[in-house]
Design a protein around this ligand. Structure first.
Ligand SMILES: NC(=O)c1ccc[n+]([C@@H]2O[C@H](COP(=O)([O-])OP(=O)(O)OC[C@H]3O[C@@H](n4cnc5c(N)ncnc54)[C@H](OP(=O)(O)O)[C@@H]3O)[C@@H](O)[C@H]2O)c1
Length: 253
């Protein structure tokens, strides 16, 4: 039987590029996002390329909709071998006009959206005898940057959540994978202009799939940006604060 891959955030950017990469390889794809029209077009493309696909219009921040999307996947394909949770949003959370509701929206999609999927997927994968769940966090998880503190906090929460769950799930044959990209050219980042070490979405998708196949548990890229962010992470607060105060905000949202 063809492997079944469930992808959230499939209507655009990295999730879309992943679906396009997997399509000619014969996978059965369950494609979730809010924009049903874009998912329908993608499903047709996947089928034309030789794969199978269903569109699952759903808001990952709504637990009932997530439950339904995963139930629909099982009704159609019977199992889920690989999940890639790419749905996510950015947006500034400036200190000057900090609004809790902006942060709440980020949390609802980037963190709770993943948690709602996990609540459905973990028992399902236990029953199946295993599977892989990969979530797209970000190198922005490494440190809170000015103007993007809310986004960074959601990605830090996601990476930490996966770190903590990973070992517990190993015995059940469930692999948790944290994906931490640097800048990738997508609709989320197109207004940023050219950013350091920016990758194209299809290039990022191919790298992610290669490293998933290799069995990596944490996938960070590109290398130089990853090393830079690791350095940022270990800088003492006094030094980090001085750098953050001086330079123009690093766009990580
Ligand atoms: N691009 C980068 O530089 C970069 C770097 C590091 C990490 N990331 C992360 O990579 C992931 C994908 O981002 P991207 O760059 O591909 O952005 P994108 O092009 O804006 O795609 C985001 C996807 O998430 C979906 N989405 C957003 N809110 C949703 C919701 N409430 N329910 C269901 N789907 C939702 C969108 O579809 P609908 O609007 O149709 O719902 C879209 O398919 C995100 O988690 C992002 O934080 C991106």
């Amino acid at each position: 039987m063809n492997q079944v891959v469930f992808i959230t955030g499939a209507s655009s950017g990295i999730g879309y590029a992943l679906a396009k990469e997997l399509a000619p390889k014969g996978y059965a794809l369950a494609l979730a996002a809010r924009r049903a029209d874009l998912l329908d077009i993608l499903c047709e493309d996947v089928r034309r390329a030789g794969g199978d696909a269903i569109a699952l219009p759903c808001d990952v921040g709504n637990q009932t909709e997530v439950k339904q999307a995963i139930a629909d996947t099982i009704a159609r394909f019977g199992r889920i071998d690989l999940t890639i949770l790419s749905a996510g949003i950015g947006g500034p959370t400036n200190a000057a006009d900090f609004q809790a509701d902006k942060f709440q929206r980020l949390l609802q999609t980037n963190v709770l959206g993943v948690a709602f999927c996990l609540e459905e997927l973990l028992p399902l994968m236990r029953r199946q005898g295993g599977g892989t769940i990969a979530a797209i966090s970000s190198l922005a998880a490494d440190r809170g940057f000015p103007s993007s503190a809310g986004y960074c906090a959601t990605k830090a929460a996601l990476s930490t959540l996966f770190d903590g769950l990973r070992a517990e799930l190993k015995a059940a044959g469930i692999n948790l994978v944290t994906i931490e990209p640097g800048y990738v050219m997508t609709p989320m980042t197109e207004s940023f202009g050219k950013m350091p070490f920016m990758m194209q979405a299809d290039e990022a998708a191919r790298l992610i799939l290669r490293r998933l196949e290799r069995g990596d548990r944490v996938i960070r890229f590109p290398l130089v940006a990853s090393a830079f962010m690791k350095l940022m992470r270990i800088l003492p607060v006094s030094l980090f604060d001085r750098i953050a105060a001086k330079r123009r905000p690093i766009r990580v949202d």
